[in-house]
Design a protein around this ligand. Structure first.
Ligand SMILES: [Zn+2]
Length: 132
């Protein structure tokens, strides 16, 4: 199987591919750690995307391709990649939420620590993804 090019993955990240092309890339991600790793890397690099998009994209891949989680030898590695990607997404969305929800600097300081919130959210998301 040929690996995806960085340009292909970038097109997927930016959402310019057709549904068919996207499906093809997602099929490859479900079978190839290297390209999924590259995908997560490019996702993290592209800060112009709405954070919900990256979150949904990762969840969609895992949901539509259960085999991705069932590959015995890569299971923990795959979870690590997904968790690393989600943590960054949650960090970004958490910061955005704090910026939009609490314009008052005083209430900003009363929020639970951002790190705690991120850990909580990551944990519950991982539970949802693994306890299906
Ligand atoms: Zn590949």
């Amino acid at each position: 199987m040929e690996h995806l090019s960085e340009a292909q993955i970038r097109d997927y990240v930016s959402g310019t591919l057709s549904d068919e092309e996207s499906d093809g890339l997602e099929d490859h991600f479900s079978e190839c750690e290297d390209c999924f790793d590259q995908y997560l890397f490019l996702l993290e690099e592209d800060s112009s995307l709405p954070s919900t998009f990256t979150d949904e994209a990762v969840n969609r891949i895992v949901k539509e391709h259960p085999t991705f989680q069932q590959q015995k030898k890569s299971r923990s590695f795959a979870h690590y990649l997904v968790a690393a990607g989600l943590t960054l997404v949650l960090m970004m969305s958490g910061v955005f939420n704090l910026m939009t929800d609490s314009m008052d600097p005083d209430s900003f300081e009363q929020q639970p620590s951002l790190t705690e919130q991120i850990l909580d959210q990551t944990g519950s998301l991982m539970d949802k993804m693994t306890n299906r």
